[in-house]
Design a protein around this ligand. Structure first.
Ligand SMILES: Nc1nc2c(ncn2[C@@H]2O[C@H](COP(=O)(O)OP(=O)(O)O)[C@@H](O)[C@H]2O)c(=O)[nH]1
Ligand SMILES: [Mg+2]
Length: 273
């Protein structure tokens, strides 16, 4: 078995897998004993990948949902999300940034894989920027998997030996949604504000999300009262409050939109529901 797995890894490297991202994920599912689906704890449902989950179930492999970036989410919200996720698969919350939950995750991997006498191969999948490489580094305790704030940093499959019988296969993120879905690209920091075409549209969606999930965050962060105003009026108010005005005194909505997207991506707009 050991020889077989070494051969597989050598094979992976030699072939320099150039297959499409989907094929690459399927390949990782095939090679792995257990899969980690890394989702963003701020919006776990939005960042689940149902297609990959189907492939995992079809391959009869166990998987763990990792709610990463939990440092950006209040505890009550995390607990609720964990309960929802636990109906699908074992769920663990982690903050790779604050080194929280990584020991628990390591235990969970060993428990779920239930493999004796050889290394456990753990495939790591998920959307770009959910923190797959950071989670691997968290469990490994060293910066072995390369991470980046710029999405698409991990190319091909990276093999990371985490010690204590765990070998990770890191993948670049799969983007199952339409490439032009700017809202998700903004939300997940796949693109920064300056690279989004419809900055106002993305900012309005972020405002709508916050109005539903956490009006207080929006109000306290920008010192505005939202009342029953619509997202556009709220954007205008935020622009006004930030003193983003054009020559004739009207609000510079694009500037306000960029600020909101930047604040979201920096993690200043935590949601409390
Ligand atoms: N706040 C916070 N940021 C994180 C966490 N994990 C990763 N990040 C950040 O998210 C970005 C993407 O991380 P990376 O591991 O490269 O994501 P990948 O594309 O899924 O491999 C980087 O800027 C990381 O610093 C976390 O637990 N908390
Ligand atoms: Mg990565």
């Amino acid at each position: 078995m050991e020889i077989q797995y070494r051969f597989d890894i050598a094979f992976l490297i030699e072939k320099k897998i150039m297959a499409s991202q989907k094929m690459l994920v399927r390949d990782v599912i095939k090679k792995a004993d257990v899969l980690l689906e890394v989702v963003d704890a701020r919006f776990p449902e939005d960042t689940r990948n149902s297609e990959a989950e189907r492939d995992i179930t079809y391959a009869k492999k166990p998987f763990i949902i990792v709610l990463n970036k939990c440092d950006l989410v209040p505890k009550e919200k995390l607990e609720k999300a964990k309960t929802r996720m636990a109906k699908i698969a074992p769920a663990v919350f982690v903050s790779s940034k604050e080194k929280f939950g990584t020991t628990m995750l390591r235990h969970k991997i060993l428990e779920v894989a239930n493999i004796q006498g050889r290394d456990i191969i753990v495939g790591c999948i998920g959307y770009p920027n959910t923190g797959k490489s950071s989670v691997i580094n968290g469990v490994t305790g060293k910066n072995k998997a390369s991470t980046s704030a710029i999405s698409g940093h991990t190319k091909g499959i990276q093999i990371v030996n985490a010690g204590s019988r765990i070998v990770f296969l890191d993948t670049p993120g799969v983007i199952p949604f339409d490439e032009h879905d700017e809202y998700m690209q903004g939300l997940l920091s796949i693109k920064d504000a300056t690279h989004l075409k419809d900055q106002i549209g993305v900012a309005l969606k972020i405002i709508e999300k916050l109005v539903v999930e956490s009006k207080e965050t929006l109000e306290s962060c920008y010192n505005v009262t939202t009342g029953d105003k619509n997202s556009y009026e709220i954007l205008e108010m935020i622009g006004m409050q930030s003193n983003f005005l054009k020559k004739k005194g009207e609000v510079d909505e694009t500037r306000a939109a960029i600020k909101i997207i930047n604040d979201w991506q920096k993690g200043s707009l935590m949601t409390y529901n």
